[in-house]
Design a protein around this ligand. Structure first.
Ligand code: 6GU
Length: 239
C-alpha cells in the first residue's frame, strides 16, 4: 500500500517512520511519502491560506497548491482521506475497507478548513472520504491522519505478527474487550479472578463474555441493541 500525506507540518507526521508502521515500511509492505504543501505555493511567502469569502473567523486553505499536488502526485483513482470534525464518524468498518486499497492520500487541513472546491475536484477524479475521529476538535488533520493510518495498516495481511489478536478483538463484534490479567496472582492486594485460574475453559469463556456485556452496557450502551440490554442480567428489573 502506498500512503501519501499532504500537510503544512510534515514534522508532525514523523511518528509514521517509527513504531508499528516502521516495520511494515522496512518489509516493503508500506510505502509512505509525506509532502509539505508549501512546495506547491509559489509566492514569496509560500502562502497556503487566505481569508474566507463571505467573512468569518480564521483562514481557509487555498485550492491552487492542492491542485498542483494532485497533478504531481497523480492522485486520480486513489482513495483520498480527509480527516475533519465535519466528516462522518470513522469506524472499524471504514478501517477494514481502507485496508483493501492500494493507495491512500491523506489531506491534512489546518485553520478553518480546506476550500470546498479542493474536495469537489478531488471527488471528480478520486474516491474522497471525509472522516471524523469523534465529537471534539483537533487543531488540524495530522493527529487524526496518524490515528486512521494506524487503524488501517494493522489490518493489512502480513502486517501484524499475531493474527489471533486481530480476530479476538473489541469492535469486531460490537462488544468491548474483557479485562486481561497476567502474573503475579496477587499484586498490591488485588487478586486475579479465581475463574481464570480454574482451567475450566468453558466457564472462562462465559465469564469473559459476561464481562464484555457488563462493560459495554456501562461504558458504551449505544453499542448494545435494545434486546441485548433487556437480557443483560444486572439491568433487568427485579420481579
Ligand atoms: Cl478527523 N480532524 C480534526 N481536525 N479534528 C477532529 C477530527 C478530525 N476528529 C475529531 N476532531
Amino acid at each position: 500500500m502506498k500512503l501519501d500525506y499532504l500537510t503544512i507540518f510534515p514534522e508532525y507526521l514523523a511518528p509514521l517512520q517509527l513504531s508499528l508502521p516502521g516495520k511494515a515500511i522496512e518489509s516493503g509492505l508500506l510505502e509512505i511519502a509525506v509532502h509539505d504543501i508549501r512546495q506547491w505555493a509559489h509566492d514569496r511567502h509560500n502562502t497556503v491560506d487566505d481569508t474566507p469569502y463571505g467573512g468569518g473567523a480564521g483562514m481557509v486553505m487555498k485550492p491552487e497548491p492542492f491542485g498542483e499536488a494532485f497533478d504531481e502526485l497523480a492522485i486520480a483513482g486513489a482513495t483520498v482521506v480527509v480527516p475533519t470534525p465535519s466528516g462522518r464518524p470513522f469506524t472499524q468498518a471504514d478501517a477494514e475497507d481502507l485496508a483493501t486499497k492500494d493507495r491512500l492520500v491523506f489531506l491534512c487541513g489546518r485553520y478553518e478548513g480546506i476550500d470546498q472546491r479542493v474536495l469537489d475536484h478531488a471527488a471528480s477524479i478520486a474516491d474522497v472520504r471525509e472522516l471524523s475521529l469523534g465529537d471534539y476538535v483537533l487543531n488540524g488533520g495530522e493527529v487524526a491522519a496518524l490515528a486512521i493510518t494506524e487503524a488501517v495498516v494493522r489490518l493489512i495481511p502480513g502486517f501484524m505478527g499475531n493474527a489471533e489478536s486481530l480476530v479476538e478483538e473489541s469492535h469486531q463484534d460490537g462488544l468491548l474487550e474483557y479485562p486481561s490479567y497476567t502474573k503475579p496472582q496477587t499484586w498490591r492486594g488485588h487478586e486475579v479472578p479465581e475463574i481464570l485460574r480454574s482451567g475450566n475453559h468453558g466457564a472462562i469463556a462465559a465469564w469473559r463474555l459476561e464481562q464484555r456485556r457488563v462493560r459495554t452496557a456501562e461504558r458504551r450502551p449505544d453499542l448494545l441493541s435494545v434486546s441485548e440490554l433487556a437480557s443483560s442480567e444486572s439491568l433487568r428489573p427485579e420481579r
